[in-house]
Design a protein around this ligand. Structure first.
Ligand code: CTP
Ligand code: MG
Length: 229
């Protein structure tokens, strides 16, 4: 199945403490967002990319993608206050009812194999998300006091990409907006709308570059991949 991808890149990267949007930080000489975009540029099933960006960064983002030879960007939309609004704006820029992937600009290490699993699993009224089994024990605590220990064998760390049919996810976003229902990922809006979400196996390398030490992990992953090639 061919697909489109919406990439939210309109954050500020406050936890990265770089003094600028982390999407512009270079890792091994290439901006973070460009690492991410290259994966979709090179995937033959990707028909087009919609980017959500900060209005003030629009020109810089446009120039950066053009300079890097990213030709699949079919839309650049202004992001919103939260990631949820940025994604919704991106979804509004697409038409018809294609499969759409939603993928964080800050996750440069997504594998094509994971993309294939996602588009295989997605269906009408069925979303698909990439995830990895939790390695640590997870406990719930209130003010430093443990309330309970969750059953690790059931727990997954959920990543992006997340895959849906466009009409399904757009109506889930509309419902959440109407109800003022916030969420940190798109699949939970799908769940909120009463629809099914499947998890497919991703990779532990598919990190979201969030805090300064993630840059160190990112460099290590890139170097390892260069050695593999
Ligand atoms: N994002 C967005 N619009 C927002 C907030 C976030 O498009 N209003 C994007 C980010 O650019 C990022 C992705 O959503 O690619 C995941 O968000 P996160 O890792 O939290 O990035 P930031 O919000 O930029 O970082 P922080 O939360 O540390 O400020
Ligand atoms: Mg954020």
């Amino acid at each position: 199945k061919p697909y489109y991808v919406v990439i939210p890149a309109a954050g500020y990267g406050s936890r990265m403490k770089a003094g600028k949007n982390k999407q512009f930080i270079t890792i091994e000489g290439v901006p973070l967002l460009i690492h991410t975009l290259r994966v979709f540029q090179e995937d033959s099933l990707c028909e087009g990319i919609v980017l959500a960006v900060n209005e003030a960064e629009r020109n810089e983002m446009h120039k950066m993608t053009a300079d890097a030879g990213i030709t699949k960007v079919i839309g650049i939309v202004p992001g919103g206050r939260e990631r949820q609004q940025s994604v919704f704006e991106g979804l509004k820029a697409l038409s018809g009812n294609p499969v759409v992937l939603i993928h964080d600009g800050a996750r440069p290490f997504i594998r094509t194999e994971t993309l294939r699993r996602l588009i295989e699993a997605v269906d009408k009224d069925v979303g698909a998300v990439a995830g990895v089994p939790v390695k640590d024990t997870v406990k719930e605590a209130v003010m430093g006091s443990v309330q309970k220990t969750l059953d690790r064998s059931l727990l997954w760390l959920i990543q992006t990409p997340q895959a849906f049919y466009l009409e399904d996810i757009r109506s889930a976003h509309k419902l959440a907006e109407d109800d003022n229902h916030p969420a940190t990922d798109d699949a939970s809006l799908f769940e909120y709308a009463g629809k099914t979400v499947k998890v497919v196996e991703g990779t532990y390398e598919n990190i979201k570059v969030t805090t300064p030490e993630d840059l160190m992990f990112a460099e290590a992953i890139i170097r390892k991949r260069e050695e593999e090639r």
